[in-house]
Write a protein that binds this ligand. Sequence first.
Ligand SMILES: Cc1ncc(COP(=O)(O)O)c(C=O)c1O
Length: 402
Amino acid sequence: MRAFTPGSGPIRPAILDLKPNGIAAVAALALGEPDVIALWFGETDLVTPAFIRDAAKQALDEGRTFYTNARGIAPLREAIRDFHRRTVGADIALERITVPGAAMLAVILALQSVVESGDNIVAVSPVWPNIFQAANICGADVRFARLDDDWNASAPRWNLDLEKLFAACDARTKAIFIASPGNPTGWIMSRDEQRAVLDFARKRGIAIISDEVYGTLTFDGSAHAPSFLQIAEPDDAVFVINSFSKPWAMTGWRIGWLVHPARLETPMWMMSAANNTGATTFAQWGALAALSPQGDAFRVEMLERCRNGRDVVRKFLGSQNRIRWIEPEGAFYGFLHVEGMKDSLGFASDLVRNARVGVAPGSAFAPPEDTRTDSFIRICFAQDPGRLEVGLERLGKAVAGI
Ligand SMILES: Cc1ncc(COP(=O)(O)O)c(C=O)c1O
């Protein structure tokens, strides 16, 4: 029980207990300082392409500055339906598609749909901290089912232990959260694993929140990582989260979407209205342009940038004997294991202060008791290769000094 604090009044302890997560804490030391090579956030250094910006400008010039339907404008929801057809071959009815604002808000709507105070969710970890902080804000506890890092395999890999995941669920578990491709690991869940989790979730009456915001950023040549949309029935308690942020370089636009059970059509409309009264109108018109053939071509360019970034990191690691990784299968992060580093937050803080390179501490992606993750740092490699090389060189020198 949290001690009573005079003056705290009715504020919930879960809210009073919120602290900056490790990524925010490190970034606060030097955010926006021009000599810092910032690899800490999940975003490319590319500006949103001009054809998307132009579509939003045109919407503004045409006076599209009013409220829209809180589930999103019809042409955008139709274009999202078509996107799912061409990337995962799934026919998603429009009643299941809602554009509430950013993917982060979509995660919150999914959580609000299933958790009440005292419930829990089980998250496959390491996992982006905003997710578990959002669950706490919604009143849920978070349990973690950590991916095993298997360094002895011929090619080291992240491995999901399904028994461990299922054992973490109890009578108060309302949702299993999985991001695939994962942030920070780049791990991709297999179709068989998805089927096993769906079977388990159906039997136990647990929802699945499948975060697929990196779904099209895969390195094996496929159009999309395996998606729960390909195996779930329209009324399964499955929520699939998606975003314009990553494939189209639109992080600052705050727009994404949610595919939800068909029976939630009206509740989602009202929840989107209650949380944000819908997404920003001109951002929706920009997002519509992202789903055009030109937007598909840009996604190919973005994937190429990620592939090049991955090659730069791979080459750098070839010259290092204390830094290693499990090569990511998707997304745009290197989750780097640094031998001899035990305090990733301290290391990342010193690194930005002294070497002027910004990385995310591994501890941010796990609960405090998971000390193994504290030997990792995360970098985003969707960057200009020259800048990335300089950042890595600085990192290499700092690690040599530990
Ligand atoms: C796994 C995951 N889900 C959701 C998001 C949030 O996307 P958005 O910018 O649309 O809120 C991120 C952003 O880093 C992410 O890594």
